[in-house]
Design a protein around this ligand. Structure first.
Ligand code: SF4
Length: 274
């Protein structure tokens, strides 16, 4: 049994509860719920395909996959996911309240560790919205590669780990599922001087732009724990800041639909700080 943080332990507590209560209510909420359910079903199928490809690729090398339940060495890596994945993870957490409250408790500790190191998500870039809008940021955001190196250097375990295992394994990001190692597990530790032997399967689904309110503009990629927490805390308000989803918070509140941008482009966004 995990303790809920309570109003005294986490000032976001009430916001999170409010967003949970309204997440799937009304017409927009129904669409949102259906989208998440369908997305999770599809994702599980894609996971099977990824695993089959990994087995095939690894068997050709004559080696075996060394990843196993309880190994978390690679869970100190920069975990990127698209906004649809983050939405599905939020839905999964709402269905698994023990995991939800574990995550919220872990998140507070995880965020404090980042802050003790100077909070790279503040140092490395502007607000995510600033980066999404042309000319919206005053400084060049750090590249993804810089962010990955910076994050990994800190050796901070993913806040979704519970008792040594991934608590959202069924809906984990494609970036987590896509990679397996054949070298000794400890070689994947950021502290190891050995270079791990890994196999990465390309997952085109990460670039999906379909969402429950039409198509978003391009692919919205985000640092997963920050984004999941922000959706829990901000709900539709956060989602309505995504290009193509403007006004979603008002729509969900019953204000009626606003003009919706449905143009596709190949632009790729990075949400660095939320
Ligand atoms: S989401 Fe799961 S698999 Fe991915 S880094 Fe976090 S704990 Fe590890």
């Amino acid at each position: 049994m995990v303790n809920k943080p309570g109003a005294a332990g986490n000032s976001d507590y009430k916001l999170i509860l409010n967003n949970q209560a309204e997440a799937y209510s009304g017409i927009t909420g129904s669409k949102r719920e259906k989208f998440c359910q369908d997305y999770i079903t599809k994702k599980k199928q894609v996971f099977k395909q990824i695993h089959a490809k990994q087995l095939d690729a690894v068997s050709k090398t004559g080696k075996t996959i060394s990843c196993h339940n309880g190994c978390t060495y690679c869970c100190m890596a920069y975990m990127q996911a698209n906004i649809q994945e983050c939405e599905a993870i939020v839905y999964y957490l709402y269905q698994n309240e023990q995991k939800l409250w574990h995550f919220i408790n872990n998140y507070t500790v995880w965020r404090e560790k980042l802050e003790q190191n100077g909070d790279m998500f503040i140092r490395c870039g502007e607000s995510w919205l600033g980066q999404c809008q042309p000319g919206g940021g005053e400084q060049e955001p750090a590249s993804l590669q810089e962010m990955e190196v910076e994050y990994r250097r800190q050796n901070i375990l993913c806040p979704f780990i519970i008792e040594g295992s991934c608590s959202i394994y069924e809906v984990r990001p494609f970036t987590c599922a896509a990679i397996v190692a054949t070298s000794p597990p400890e070689w994947c530790s950021p502290a190891s001087s050995e270079k791990p032997a890994t196999h990465v399967i390309r997952v085109p689904e990460i670039f999906d732009s379909g969402f429950y309110y039409g198509k978003i503009e391009g692919t919205v990629l985000a640092f997963m724990p920050l984004t999941v927490y922000s959706i829990l805390k901000e709900g539709y308000k956060l989602l309505s800041g995504i290009p193509g989803l403007e006004g979603l918070d008002e729509i969900s509140a019953g204000a009626g639909p606003k003009p919706f941008t449905d143009e596709e482009n190949d632009q790729q966004y990075t949400l660095n700080k939320i």
